[in-house]
Design a protein around this ligand. Structure first.
Ligand code: ADP
Ligand code: ZN
Length: 610
């Protein structure tokens, strides 16, 4: 297989012209019989990495996946592309299971999806031996690690599987980015001299913004109203908020539904289904929503509240723009939220848990307030080296935040930190420093006699929230050190002491207030005949409903936009559309070309360049 051109198969089965980064390398290694550990970001195209080799080699490839809902989706999508795939899980009726098992005995399938529990059922491993398995893929491989966000003990079975099938190539895939989880996965799996393929976690098609939170509902509504056709998720911390926002949006004429663990399971399933099928445009959810959402045309993700930690945040925004088209992420941030969460955290009883939560929260706040590139900040968090340049896809790069001469403010803050320490012999957190600066009369200030400090009450030029933001910026600038292991107390660094003594000036960033605005230009967008796009979207919905599958399984938004740009009128042109393989050309080509022709009878053709 070495050197064989894989692109004809890519086009024939999946309708794509080119591989995404690392897909081809991963597929080649797997076909050569090597174990592969693939780390690709969400939307990086992991499924194809095991699906294409499965089609190109003899025998059956078994895919272990923890997400029952996703299994059906993936199998539907494969079948829509004319690929013999099936799944076995507890959702099937006995008769259906038996029929599928017969098919497997008869060698009818190329791909079998199973939940990890299935591997533990008696007789199943013997069945696998008989079916001539020629490849294993372990999806969501982070489930094997206790350090991951979704540990599944059944995944521990995977090491045994590796030993039972010594001659069969294995592949493990995940979008989990942290080093610790990666190392743990490799240690648990017992792979044979694996190829480790790590793609960049940069999501270039996503635009990140953080806005000051002020009248959150209105900010969210306006954002969504500005994008009248697009579908997205609003994440909220509390169930109550998720419900009330969904209700208000619906009242304002936007199809929205809530999703959280407190709803009856039928309602939850129905709301999720409506979202997948493009019947409701917006889902307002707690973090319970998202695992197992394969919908590729989620165009925006809004965070009504500050996420608990950066990993979770990255997972949640990862659900936007999996089809590679431009998509937007907006986070609303208020310093008040930070205070509220720290109070929750203070109530945690377990000390390590409390410390960890505090550290996560602090990092999240720094991310929100940072005036540097957001893409770069996220990548750095996940250990990727990045050159900071204007990304053109985050608020800070698109419209740099206003700066002001913060020399005096910074000096006041730093000397207050110094005076507290000098008087009391211990350090305090940013909050206490702010109270001293603002001349507050708290019990602690009285007890520690901090109202006698020369820096007491000298900070009238800023509000408390502004002072707190200044304090955190000084931490980011390295003038203060914040100790997450000791209640986030702050201390002067050597640089901080030098700055205090020097006559240098210092620029600080204005706290954010800017409202959510949409940029006129979004790079990567496929310009097309919007009226035709809408018509094709309607057709896609109808065909999907007839087949009982979500619309994106018929065609992606990318495919529809290309059709509405190139107006294909013959098979050769239609076959060039992204996502049109052999099977889809035969099944849908004529219908969509007819729709294009009909449209052209009543409307002029637009010309697009390039
Ligand atoms: P992941 O599991 O890594 O999040 P998926 O396997 O769901 O990603 O793929 C994300 C989307 O990208 C899917 O809609 C898929 O069809 C599409 N895709 C995958 N590979 C390619 C490719 N080489 N060219 C174009 N689209 C692709
Ligand atoms: Zn940027």
């Amino acid at each position: 297989m070495d050197g064989m051109d894989l692109t004809p198969a890519l086009k024939r089965y999946f309708g794509f012209d080119a591989f995404r980064p690392l897909q081809e390398e991963i597929i080649r290694d797997s076909l050569a019989g090597r174990d592969v550990f693939a780390l690709l970001p969400t939307g990086g195209g992991k499924s194809l990495c095991f699906q294409l080799p499965a089609l190109l080699r003899d025998g059956l490839t078994v895919v272990v996946s923890p997400l029952i809902a996703l299994m059906k989706d993936q199998v539907d999508a494969l079948q829509a592309a004319g690929i013999a795939a099936t799944y076995l899980n507890s959702s099937l009726e006995a008769g259906e299971s038996r029929a599928r098992l017969r098919g497997l005995h008869g060698g009818e399938f190329k791909l079998l999806y199973v939940a990890p529990e299935r591997l533990l059922l008696s007789g199943f491993l013997e069945d696998l031996k008989r079916w001539g398995v020629s490849g294993f893929a372990i999806d969501e491989a982070h489930c094997i690690s206790e350090w991951g966000h979704d540990f599944r003990p059944e995944y521990r079975q995977m090491a045994t599987l590796r030993e039972m099938f010594p001659e069969v190539p294995f592949m493990a895939l995940t979008a989990t980015a942290t080093e610790r989880v990666r190392d743990d996965i490799l240690a648990q799996l017992h792979f044979h001299d694996p190829r480790v393929a790590v793609a960049s976690f940069r999501r270039s098609n996503l635009t990140f913004r953080v806005n000051g939170k002020a009248g959150a509902y209105k900010q969210i509504r306006d954002f969504i109203k500005d994008r009248p056709k697009e579908s997205g998720i609003v994440y909220c911390m509390a169930r109550r908020t998720a419900e009330s926002i969904a209700e208000k949006l619906a009242g304002d004429g936007i199809a929205a539904r809530p999703y959280h663990a407190g709803l009856p399971s039928e309602t939850r399933a129905a709301n999720q289904e409506a979202f997948l099928r493009d019947e409701t445009r917006v889902i307002c959810a707690t973090i319970a929503f998202g695992m197992g959402i394969d919908k590729s045309n989620v165009r925006f993700v809004i965070h009504h509240d500050l996420p608990k930690n950066i990993e979770g945040y990255y997972q949640e925004i990862g659900r936007a723009g999996r089809d590679g088209l431009p998509s937007e992420c907006l986070m609303l941030f208020s310093a008040g939220d930070r205070v509220k969460y720290s109070q929750f955290i203070d109530e945690l009883t377990d000390e390590t848990e409390r410390e960890r939560a505090r550290e996560h929260l602090e990092r999240m706040v720094h991310y929100a307030e940072d005036s540097g590139c957001r893409h770069a900040a996220l990548l750095r968090y996940f250990g990727e080296e990045v050159k900071e340049e204007n990304c053109g896809a985050c608020d800070n790069c698109l419209s740099p935040r206003e700066r002001f001469d913060g020399t005096t403010s910074a000096k006041k803050f730093l000397s207050c930190v110094f005076r507290v320490r000098q008087k009391s012999g211990f350090s305090v957190g940013v909050g206490h420093v702010v109270e001293v600066l603002c001349g507050a009369e708290t019990a602690k200030i009285k007890k520690w006699e901090h109202d006698t400090l020369s820096t007491y009450g000298i900070g009238n030029e800023h509000s408390r929230n502004e002072w707190a933001a200044i304090g955190r910026e000084l931490v980011r600038l390295g003038l203060l050190r914040q100790d997450a292991e000791r209640f986030n107390v702050v201390e002067l660094t050597r640089e901080g002491i030098e700055f205090l003594k020097s006559s240098e000036s210092l620029e600080l960033t204005r706290p954010m207030t800017a409202p959510a605005t949409r940029d006129k230009h979004r790079s990567g967008e496929i310009e097309c005949d919007e009226a035709l796009f809408e018509r094709l979207r309607g057709l896609r919905k109808q065909l999907a409903d007839e087949r009982g599958v979500p619309p994106y399984i018929v065609f992606s938004d990318v495919a529809l936009r290309q059709m509405a740009r190139h107006y294909p009128q013959n098979e050769a042109d239609f076959g060039k559309i992204n996502g049109v393989g052999e099977k889809k050309l035969a099944e849908f080509g004529e219908t969509f070309m007819e729709a294009v022709a009909e449209h052209l009878e009543s409307y002029p053709r637009h010309n697009f360049h390039g």
